[in-house]
Design a binder for this molecule. Structure first.
Ligand code: PEP
Ligand code: MN
Length: 383
C-alpha cells in the first residue's frame, strides 16, 4: 500500500511523526519513506510493504497528514501506475523536463574518442537548438580486447565543453558503481557546468547490485535500457530495483531485441512496446534507434532505416530519442557503422519535429472520437 501525504508536509512535523509511529508499529509491515521532488511541490509517499491485506485504507487516510492511501499490486510498486492513481509522472533535472507527454533528443557520441570530436558534436547540437547529448566514457564491450572507453580521463574535457556549449544533460553509461564517484569528482572539479543521466546498458539490465547502488544515490537520474534477451516484465521489474532503493527518476529505454531474425538489422525494433510501458508505469519512455537498427542504410524513398525507426518510436509516443552521431563515423572507435554524420543532424531534427507533430495530432484525434463515444478508461494489460 502507498500512503501519500499532504503536499509540502514538513520533515519534522508532529503529524508526520505521529503517522510514522502508528504505521511503523503495524505487525508484519515494513515502512519505507520516499520523497518525490516535483517542479512546484514536494510529495512524500510512505510505502507499506509486507502483509498489508488486513489494513483498511479509510482508517489510514484518517491519520494526520495523510492525503490518500492506495492499494498497489506486487509489481512495479513505486514506478507503476496502479489503476491510474493520479501520482506524479516524470521529473525535472537540471532544467530539462522528462515526462510521458514531451520529447527530448539526446544525440551524440556512442564513445568519446577525442576532445575535437566532442567539441564538434556539441557545436552541432547547439547550432540545431539541442541541449542534451550522449557521451560514452565507460563502454561495456563484447570483446575484452576492444576499446573499453577512455573512462575518467575524458570527463574533464567532456564536462568543460558541455558547459561551453550550454549542454544541460549528458547520458553516460556506467558499468560499475565506482564510476559514480569518478563522475562526482570530475563534475565538481569542473564547477558542475552540466548534468549527467546515468545509463544502465542492456548488458547490465539485471545486474541487481549495480542497480541497487545507482538507486541509492539521488544526484543523477537514470536512463535504464531494457534487457535484450528477457521479457518486458522482467526488465520493468529490474527498473523497480532503482526505485526500491530510493531513486525513482528513471527513464525506460527500448533498444531492440536480440534475434537472429533481426538481420540485416542489429536488433529487432521493439518500439511497439512504448504504450505498454506508459500504461503500466509512470516512466518516460526513450527509444534508441541506433542500437536497434545498427546499420546505416537508405531505402529507395531516400530515408535512412535509422530515421524510419526513430519515426516509428515517435509516432507511438516516445519521450526521448538516444541516437549516435559522429563527426567522422569511419574513424569512430565504437559503433561507427551506425553513427549518423553531423551534417545529417538538421535533417534528423526536422524529421523528428514533423513526426512528433503528427503524434500530437493523433492524440487529439483519439480524444475527439473517444469523447464522442464516451468509452470507459484504458484497460491495463497485466504482464
Ligand atoms: C550504448 O547506448 O552505447 C549501448 C551500449 O547500448 P546498449 O546497452 O543498448 O547495447
Ligand atoms: Mn554503442
Amino acid at each position: 500500500m502507498v500512503v501519500i501525504l499532504h503536499a509540502d508536509i514538513e520533515e519534522d512535523s508532529p503529524e508526520l511523526y505521529e503517522t510514522m509511529a502508528v504505521l511503523s508499529a503495524l505487525p508484519g509491515v515494513h515502512l519505507m519513506k520516499h520523497v518525490v521532488e516535483g517542479e512546484v511541490r514536494t510529495l512524500t509517499e510512505l510505502y507499506l510493504l509486507g502483509d498489508t491485506s488486513r489494513l483498511d485504507a479509510t482508517e489510514i487516510e484518517a491519520l494526520p497528514g495523510v492525503d490518500r492511501a492506495i492499494r498497489i499490486s506486487e509489481s512495479y510498486r513505486i514506478l507503476g501506475r496502479h489503476d491510474d492513481s493520479p501520482r506524479a509522472v516524470g521529473f525535472t533535472y537540471n532544467g530539462v523536463r522528462f515526462g510521458q507527454d514531451n520529447l527530448n533528443i539526446f544525440a551524440g557520441l556512442c564513445a568519446v574518442d577525442n576532445r575535437e570530436h566532442v567539441a564538434a558534436t556539441m557545436a552541432a547540437l547547439r547550432e540545431n537548438g539541442l541541449d542534451c547529448t550522449r557521451m560514452g566514457a565507460y563502454k561495456p564491450r563484447t570483446n575484452p580486447y576492444s576499446f573499453q572507453g577512455h573512462g575518467a580521463s575524458c570527463l574533464p574535457y567532456v564536462f568543460d565543453l558541455a558547459g561551453r556549449y550550454d549542454i544541460r544533460v549528458i547520458a553516460m553509461e556506467i558499468t560499475h558503481e565506482s564510476q559514480i564517484g569518478e563522475i562526482d569528482s570530475a563534475l565538481e572539479a569542473s564547477g558542475a557546468p552540466t548534468g549527467v543521466m546515468l545509463q544502465i546498458g542492456t548488458r547490465n539490465t539485471q545486474n541487481f547490485e549495480l542497480l541497487k547502488a545507482v538507486g541509492r544515490q539521488s544526484n543523477y537520474p537514470v536512463l535504464f535500457k531494457r534487457g535484450f534477451g528477457i521479457t518486458l516484465g522482467e526488465s520493468l521489474n529490474a527498473a523497480e530495483y532503482l526505485a526500491s532503493e530510493g531513486n525513482a527518476r528513471v527513464v525506460f529505454c527500448l533498444r531492440g531485441i536480440k534475434s537472429a531474425t533481426a538481420a540485416p538489422h542489429r536488433n529487432l525494433v521493439d518500439f511497439g512496446h512504448i504504450p505498454v510501458v506508459k500504461r503500466l508505469t509512470r516512466m518516460p519512455v526513450c527509444v534508441d534507434p541506433s542500437h536497434s537498427v545498427g546499420v546505416r542504410s537508405t531505402g529507395p524513398d531516400g530515408i535512412e532505416d535509422i530515421l524510419h525507426a526513430t519515426a516509428q518510436g515517435i509516432i507511438a509516443g516516445a519521450n526521448m530519442v538516444l541516437i549516435d552521431f559522429h563527426p567522422n563515423p569511419a574513424t569512430a572507435l565504437v559503433d561507427g557503422p551506425q553513427a549518423l554524420r553531423l551534417n545529417e543532424l538538421a535533417h534528423f531534427v526536422e524529421d523528428v519535429r514533423l513526426v512528433r507533430e503528427a503524434y500530437e495530432r493523433r492524440t487529439a484525434l483519439a480524444k475527439h472520437y473517444k469523447d464522442q463515444r464516451q468509452d470507459p478508461p484504458w484497460v491495463s494489460l497485466k504482464i
